[in-house]
Structures are given as structure tokens and as C-alpha cells.
Design a protein around this ligand. Structure first.
Ligand SMILES: [Zn+2]
Length: 109
């Protein structure tokens, strides 16, 4: 679901944008072509991991979710296609070191 005003994407379940107080709409196409907008304020993000392998993304997500790492992934859907774009994983700078440590523990780095 997307806010027609600020173009931010929200999880299913929300019906109004908490920022703009307008009804969310399901906008296909044009909005999805753009990189995801990050809704974490002014936190700086750092690229910690890139891969073409979908199973690595799946593992990374479960690890980061359980460890409370704030992250976002660019190109996640495209990464599964052979010869597609790389998926790129970003985490907040504060958690970058912790994230890399976790990636090493799970043999992703
Ligand atoms: Zn909005």
C-alpha cells in the first residue's frame, strides 16, 4: 500500500498514512520502479552485503530479524533472476559492525 501524497510504502494492514493522514492506495507500476523510500528518519545507512543468491537473502533476513538489526534491501526481487541485478543490503551505520559480525558467523561474508 502506498500513500498518494508522500509516496511512501507501508505494510499491508495500514489504511491511512501516519504522516499525511490520507487513505493509502495500492499503486502498481510506476511507484515500484523507484528505489524504496526509507522510513527511518535521518539515519545513515551502510551497504554491508551484496548477493545474487536468493537463499542468502532469506538467511540474512531471518538472522537480522531475530537480532533486531534495522535493514533494507534494494533489488531483492530482481536478484533471483539469472543475470539480474544484485540485491544490496543496507543497515544503519550504528549496527553496521554488528551486522558484519553476524554475516561472518553465518558464513555470508
Ligand atoms: Zn504520506
Amino acid at each position: 500500500m502506498f500513500c498518494p501524497k508522500c509516496k511512501c510504502e507501508y505494510k499491508d494492514g495500514l489504511t491511512t498514512c501516519p504522516d499525511c493522514d490520507v487513505s493509502l492506495a495500492d499503486l502498481p507500476g510506476e511507484t515500484r520502479e523507484k528505489p524504496p523510500k526509507v522510513k527511518y528518519g535521518h539515519t545513515d545507512y551502510e551497504l554491508v552485503f551484496t548477493t545474487f543468491v536468493y537463499s542468502e537473502i532469506a538467511l540474512l533476513k531471518s538472522v537480522f530479524d531475530s537480532e533486531g538489526i534495522v535493514y533494507f534491501i534494494q533489488g531483492e526481487d530482481l536478484g533471483v533472476a539469472p543475470g539480474g541485478l544484485q540485491a544490496r543490503v543496507f543497515v544503519s551505520k550504528e549496527q553496521a559492525e554488528e551486522s558484519k559480525q553476524l554475516l561472518k558467523e553465518f558464513n555470508l561474508l
